[in-house]
Write a protein that binds this ligand. Structure first.
Ligand code: UT7
Length: 326
């Protein structure tokens, strides 16, 4: 049976750092509140002129290098993003050209913060069916571009980064074992951006009404997120004949430390087997699982044979989980 195995990971965050103290000078908040409620201490944000594809290209270059591949080796590019450089063409197209992946088709997947798992699932399917041998999966966001820096409910959370993973076909009994994707549009208005699409195209009025910023009902998202996270993790483990005690490392979407802790408690997964970097990056949407995985690999937290669980959830709601044998 052909499986898709991750043979290289990479990540990149823009140079500019925004600390909680910086935010406390912009809105009515404090370092203490942000750390207590979210676990976030700082985040990276793009500079003037910088965009999502710039971050994606850097992360992808690192992943290719670590995989020992050249851009021409890539057959397909799947990018999870909610904040493309422009509505079209896709970030995947821009990355394909800038990296020089001359043979590769490309696509963007919009599943908000679950874009990581959605892009990984897409890449894995193409590899498992034998259609493509090597797929470059990317999660990249410039969420600061859709953040209202007068809204303390969102601006302390959202941030920018990119991560990437190169998938390659293998006949060995390891790699991606299973992926689950879910969505429930009932919750669309808990986390969304009203302006700039076909419902409310950009006008002076939409700009004046601040409709080009993400709107979030934070505490409602919180509750559903914990439940979805835990359910997705439990289901994928059970279907594959595992329990939480088999998991060597859990790499969750980094939205809020309290969400991660609450979900892990429900699943009975101790925090020393969970990779957390939300303190340094904030919520980087579709990038976060890839960034965390790249850091975990770099830090030697994943060894051959380890069972690695990944899960993400976000606006839509869209969520999912993936299980890998490293
Ligand atoms: O990536 C996937 C999508 N996003 C998420 O996963 C985010 C999910 N939600 C969260 O992470 C949390 O709900 C937040 C961190 C956004 C908020 O934490 P919370 O514990 O749910 O707080 P809350 O929204 O219930 O607000 C509690 C209080 C409110 O004041 P009152 O009404 O009790 O007086 C807020 O106005 O905290 C206030 N508040 C703040 N205070 C200081 C809200 N934001 C801030 C802030 N600084 N930044």
């Amino acid at each position: 049976m052909t499986r898709a195995r991750i043979i290289g990971t990479g990540c990149y965050a823009p140079k500019r750092v925004l600390t909680n103290a910086d935010l406390a000078r912009m809105v009515d908040t404090s370092d203490e509140w942000i750390v207590q409620r979210s676990g976030i201490r700082q985040r990276h944000i793009v500079d003037d002129g910088e965009a999502t594809s710039d971050l994606a290209v850097r992360a992808a270059q690192q992943a290719l290098e670590r995989a020992g591949l050249v851009p021409e080796d890539i057959d397909f590019i799947a990018v999870g993003t909610t904040t493309p450089d422009m509505l079209f063409p896709s970030v995947g197209n821009i990355v394909q050209h800038r990296l020089g992946c001359r043979r590769a088709g490309s696509v963007d997947l919009l599943a908000a913060c679950a874009g990581s798992i959605y892009s990984l699932a897409t890449g894995a399917q193409f590899v498992q069916t034998g259609k493509y041998r090597r797929v470059l999966c990317i999660g990249a966001e410039s969420l600061s571009r859709i953040t209202d820096f007068t809204d303390r409910g969102t601006c302390v959370l959202l941030a920018d980064a990119a991560g990437a993973a190169v998938l390659e076909a293998t006949e060995e009994d390891r790699g991606i074992l299973d992926v689950d994707l879910y969505s429930d549009g009932r919750y669309w208005d808990l986390l969304y951006m009203p302006g700039g699409g076909s419902r409310h195209p950009a006008t002076h009025e939409t700009v004046d009404a601040r409709m080009h910023y993400a709107k979030m009902k934070g505490s409602e998202v919180f509750k559903v997120a914990v439940r979805m996270f835990a359910d997705a993790a439990e289901r994928i483990l059970a279907r594959n004949g595992f329990t939480a005690s088999d998991v060597s490392l859990f790499v969750p979407h980094q939205a809020n430390l309290r969400i991660i802790e609450a979900a892990c408690k429900r699943v009975a997964l101790p925090m020393d087997r969970v990779y957390v970097n939300v303190d340094r990056y904030g919520n980087t949407g579709a990038a976060s699982v890839y960034v965390a995985l790249a850091e975990a690999v770099e830090a030697g937290r994943v060894a051959r044979g380890d069972l690695v669980l990944m899960a993400a959830f976000g606006g839509g709601f869209a969520w999912g989980a993936a299980l890998m044998r490293w």
